[in-house]
Design a protein around this ligand. Structure first.
Ligand code: ADP
Length: 439
């Protein structure tokens, strides 16, 4: 290892020789110093990096981490001492004064050395990332019938009836990338799939496992995938949902060649590849911004065949309204409300129904007479609520395509479905420009 640092050092000195004040070289020397345990020197070198290039993010992160690392080590030592004293007091209770405990190595045996761990996240953190036993199933999903059929044929049948798949020499699919506007059922599909499989759902959000310290994000990602593979081996099935697969905007920042992002991307690739044949493990990745997912990641496993989850059309909105008012006393012209809620996502519909319910409840409370949810309650609620959230989302995508033409140019297949709706929307500025042009 030291030999490779030696080479790295030579590279850094060469860089400094060519160009005396290169932030990269100071950074590299700082990193080596840190690895060699020369923290004070490392801090000085990272500060030098920032003097040369104040926006040099990796140096900011290392400085930050050294500071928190020192604080955490102190906390860790105090904790270990307390735990050790407690263990000794328990031993004394059980064995009397001469009794001893076996000091766990790393935690009490040698207090100066924290126990080594492969992962930065504790199991508790993974659970908060988190592992759930879902209570949803396909009946909770309104519409998306073709996709439900596909999930049934590709994942559920194979995992619930492996005997059939074996007899026909068919392999179960491993992964699927879902994309589309927010609030249209991507996460719900993963939850319902786990419910149908009666398996646990482990959820990985890239921005939640992101850690400023070089190497830690990769360890966190590895820990979550390991947990998913373990769960699948133990219980024969497990759904891993990688939510906001575009998280960290790897495709955007990737082009700046920041080593930290390249390392995260490689780790994801390794984990996806290692998991692609793991029995019982189903991976669903979801994103609202498919063009921000790095193309290398999309090439791995079945993620190369992304599935579009559309916003609810009029028919689906009628069904959503019926679904969320099911079992209530109601007299509603569903079609009329559905026509008025074009840019409503499913959570927008839930919010609308909820507001309308309050109106019906208040009416009944104030009059003392049995009432029902009416079309008017929904119309009143509509007039009080802001527009559907999809309007803003489509406008944002539209504005982005104006400054970043690479989106429609480089990802036509992903952009195509979304573009059909984007064309109907434009930012106020664009609308103004358009009206000037056509005037
Ligand atoms: P996404 O992951 O696409 O951003 P979600 O799946 O998290 O959206 O949807 C948010 C919530 O909206 C869900 O928890 C559910 O209450 C509701 N919802 C979304 N899609 C549907 C659907 N097709 N049928 C019923 N409810 C839905």
């Amino acid at each position: 290892m030291l030999e490779s640092y030696g080479e790295a050092k030579e590279d850094a000195y060469r860089l400094l020789g060519v160009q005396r004040r290169t932030a990269d070289a100071f950074y590299l020397l700082g990193y080596i110093a840190e690895k060699e345990g020369k923290t004070t020197l490392a801090v000085e070198l990272y500060r030098e990096v920032l003097r040369v290039e104040p926006e040099y993010l990796p140096a900011v992160m290392r400085l930050d981490k050294i500071k928190t690392g020192q604080e955490e080590e102190q906390k860790y030592r105090t904790l270990v001492e307390e735990a050790f004293e407690y263990a000794e007091s328990l031993c004394r209770d059980v064995f009397g004064e001469g009794g001893t405990s076996n000091k766990p190595s790393g935690a009490g045996g040698d207090k100066s050395k924290p126990a080594q761990s492969d992962t930065v996240m504790s199991m508790g953190m993974i659970l908060s990332v988190g592992k759930q036993i879902p209570s949803k199933n396909f009946n909770d999903i309104v519409g998306l019938d073709t996709l439900k059929e596909r999930l049934f044929e590709e994942f559920i049948l194979g995992l619930n009836r492996p005997d059939l798949f074996e007899r026909y020499h068919k392999t179960t699919s491993a992964a699927l990338l879902l994309y589309g506007p927010p609030g249209c059922g991507k996460t719900l599909l993963a939850e319902a799939l786990a419910g149908e499989l009666d398996s646990s759902l482990i959820r990985l959000k890239l921005d939640e496992v992101f850690d400023m310290y070089m190497g830690n994000t990769e360890k966190n990602i590895h820990a979550v995938f390991e947990e998913a593979r373990r769960e699948a081996s133990q219980h024969k099935k497990c759904v891993l949902l990688i939510d906001e697969f575009d998280g960290l905007g790897l495709n955007r920042v990737g082009s700046t060649h920041q080593p930290i992002y390249r390392a995260i991307e490689s780790q994801l690739l390794v984990e996806l590849t290692n998991s692609s044949n793991h029995p019982g493990l189903v991976i669903l990745a979801a994103t609202n911004r498919p063009w921000d997912v790095d193309p290398t990641l999309k090439r791995s496993g079945r993620l190369s065949d992304p599935v579009y989850i559309p916003p609810p059309d009029t028919d689906t909105r009628i069904k959503l309204l019926k679904h969320y008012t099911q079992g209530l006393p109601s007299e509603v012209e569903y079609e009329r409300i559905a026509q008025l809620t074009e840019d409503y996502s499913a959570p927008d519909i839930v919010k609308l129904v909820d507001k309308a319910k309050t109106k019906a409840i208040l009416r009944e409370y104030n009059s003392g007479q049995p009432s029902a949810l009416t079309t008017q309650d929904l119309l009143d609620a509509l007039s009080e609520l802001p527009k559907g959230t999809l309007t803003a989302w489509y406008n944002d995508v539209y504005s982005e395509t104006q400054t970043n033409p690479a989106i429609p140019r480089d990802y036509p297949e992903l952009y195509h479905d979304i573009a059909k709706r984007v064309k109907n929307h434009s930012s106020p500025n664009e609308q103004a420009k358009h009206s000037v042009k056509t005037a």
